[in-house]
Design a protein around this ligand. Structure first.
Ligand code: NAP
Length: 538
């Protein structure tokens, strides 16, 4: 019997912020389109990351859709940086307001996609047995959506529950009266640790690499301030559009750009700066971002601030980041992180003094001894930027899989397309500003570019678009060029931007560091020149 196929113009994978907007935009263009989402609801990252303390590190007024002034006026944020439940409510509100759910299939994983050269269409299969036949295939699967739990020896022997921050149970976890162990002190761990410490009987933190983290300066957003924001939205969006990172300020602060040179300061100057600005003193100097020696001076200021905050000198010493520059990893922001280590019910295991041997039935055995607890939390991050794309078995032209095409690291043209994969669009992918910017704003630009591109193809009876090898190579060279000399690619830097958190992953700096305005300019120029660097076939 012939397979029952559903014919569509476009299939989108993911109903997070990117998938929702892609669905809205392509439907607005008159396309028949459907989104597939493995979760039971919309929200993506904000659906899965429900761990205690989860909140955005970008102000909500900026980390929100800008495409609908009506939506901007209707939605009211209650905090400067909203917590996960509020952001998830916002995603749900958007889905309902624009009636997006009718074209989303929840609880459904897209398992494979094959490009058929004879029809120039994609054949897409889901784990629910659906077969979809679509002209365009859009991966809106997110940069941080494939959780990574390292293969700790003996993890299967642990008697209690194990939770990954990126796969948190919908009903939450009750830590009261429990002893808890947490592995990982990245953004997720840094947010979760203070909140779990308040609730649990005891918390043991297993820290391999201490992070540089700055206070979030979060606070409630009073109604009068929100009312003013609503009046100012047009200006706010304009400022975002001009900003390198598609946002302004850092966390809850709106400091002016740095002007001083740390190398021209004295020890006394730097100590005074710490008295006045606390941890934020490290952001006063412009040479810190480009000069490793200057950077190390700022790191030393940072360490001094940790010593000032943590009461026990040995505890402070164990919390000090060393051996890699500030600005190497994605900035972490926190609420009372260091203060948490002044609590009586928190133990810090600095794995630099002796690593993990194995997980046992009752805890973790390390070189420094055995630590017992009832519940284990893995705040161990994600197979970032490529994991979610390679999680789907995508096979393009000449039977070549994306996994093969990216075996030596991800390769894209403008972060939007890949040679050998016609009519496949990627959102927030490697080669795009994505994780170095406000993801919602830069994604909105990509979705709008894609929708205009598809309209152009339809108007000109063009059936396929594919990146050309030379254009892709030139773009990759440019992506590497602009990353060079930044702290992100310093030899001592290991981060998920580089794939360094996953054993065996090629070390490649994945996002585009040239800034959001420059990226937009390049994409617009490509479109204006009739999609230069792409092969268009009738
Ligand atoms: P992450 O930054 O990759 O941190 C993972 C942590 O787990 C690191 O401390 C890492 O140590 C540790 N770890 C991993 N494998 C380990 C092992 N085998 N043994 C011991 N420790 C191990 O992941 P994340 O904290 O989930 O954050 C990922 C990204 O998600 C962030 O950078 C951010 O972009 C995003 N995020 C954002 C927010 C927010 O908006 N506020 C919140 C959470 C996450 P090493 O450093 O030594 O590898």
């Amino acid at each position: 019997m012939a397979e029952q196929k559903i014919e569509l113009d476009a299939v989108i994978v993911g109903a997070g912020f990117a998938g929702l907007y892609a669905l809205y935009k392509l439907r607005e263009s008159g396309l028949s389109v459907r989104a597939y989402e493995r979760g039971a609801d919309v929200g993506g990252t904000w659906y899965w990351n429900r761990y205690p303390g989860a909140r955005c590190d970008v102000t909500s007024v900026q980390y929100s859709y800008s495409f609908s002034p009506e939506l901007e006026q209707e939605w009211t944020w209650t905090e400067i940086m909203a917590a996960q439940p509020e952001i998830l409510d916002y995603a749900r509100y958007v889905a309902d307001k624009f009636d997006l759910r009718r074209d989303i299939r929840f609880g459904t994983t897209v398992s494979s996609a094959r490009y058929d050269e004879s029809t120039r269409r994609w054949l897409i299969r889901t784990d629910q047995g659906e077969v979809l036949d679509a002209r365009y295939f859009v991966m809106a699967t997110g940069s941080l959506s494939t959780p990574n739990t390292p293969q700790f020896e003996g993890i299967e022997n642990f008697q209690g529950p194990v939770y990954h921050t990126g796969l948190w149970p919908e009903d939450g976890v009750d830590f009261s009266g429990k002893t808890v162990g947490i592995i990982g002190t990245g953004s997720s761990g840094t947010q979760a640790i203070p909140v779990i410490a308040e609730e649990a009987a005891h918390l043991t933190v297993f820290q391999r690499t201490p992070n540089y983290t700055l206070p979030a300066n979060n606070r409630p957003l009073p109604p009068e301030e929100m009312a003013q924001v609503k009046r100012d939205y047009a200006d706010i969006r304009r400022t975002q559009q001009e900003a390198l990172t598609a946002m302004y300020g850092f966390g809850g602060r709106q400091d002016a750009p740095p002007t001083l040179l740390i190398k021209e300061t004295t020890e006394a100057d730097r100590m005074r700066a710490l008295d006045e600005h606390g941890f934020f003193a490290v952001r006063l100097y412009k040479d810190v971002a480009v000069d490793l020696e200057a950077n190390e001076m700022a790191c030393e200021m940072y360490r001094e601030m940790v010593r000032r905050t943590v009461a026990d000198p040995d505890m402070a010493e164990r919390l000090l980041p060393r051996g890699y520059p500030l600005g190497c990893k994605r900035p972490v922001i926190d609420t009372d992180y260091y203060q948490t280590f002044n609590r009586d019910n928190v133990t810090l295991v600095d794995l630099r003094r002796g690593g993990i041997n194995a997980i046992t039935a009752t805890g973790i055995d390390t070189e420094q001894g055995h630590f017992e607890f009832d519940v284990l939390v893995a705040a161990t991050g994600f197979d970032a930027m490529t994991g979610s794309y390679l999680g789907v078995d995508i096979v393009g032209r000449d039977q070549r899989s994306l996994r093969d095409a990216w075996a030596e690291g991800p390769r894209t043209y403008l972060g939007l397309q890949v040679v050998g994969f016609p009519n496949l669009f990627l959102l927030n992918a490697p080669g795009s500003p994505s994780v170095l910017t406000n993801m919602i704003t830069s994604m909105e630009f990509q979705v709008e570019w894609m929708a205009e591109c598809i309209a152009y193809l339809d108007q000109n009876q063009i059936r396929s678009i594919e990146a050309i090898e030379a254009a892709q190579e030139a773009w990759i060279a440019h992506v590497n060029d602009v990353a060079e000399g930044t702290m992100h690619t310093a030899p001592s830097c290991n981060s998920w931007y580089l794939g360094a958190n996953i054993p065996g992953k090629p070390r490649i700096f994945m996002p585009y560091a040239g800034g959001y305005p420059r990226y937009k300019e390049k994409c617009r120029e490509v479109a204006a020149k009739g999609y230069e660097g792409f092969r268009l076939s009738a």
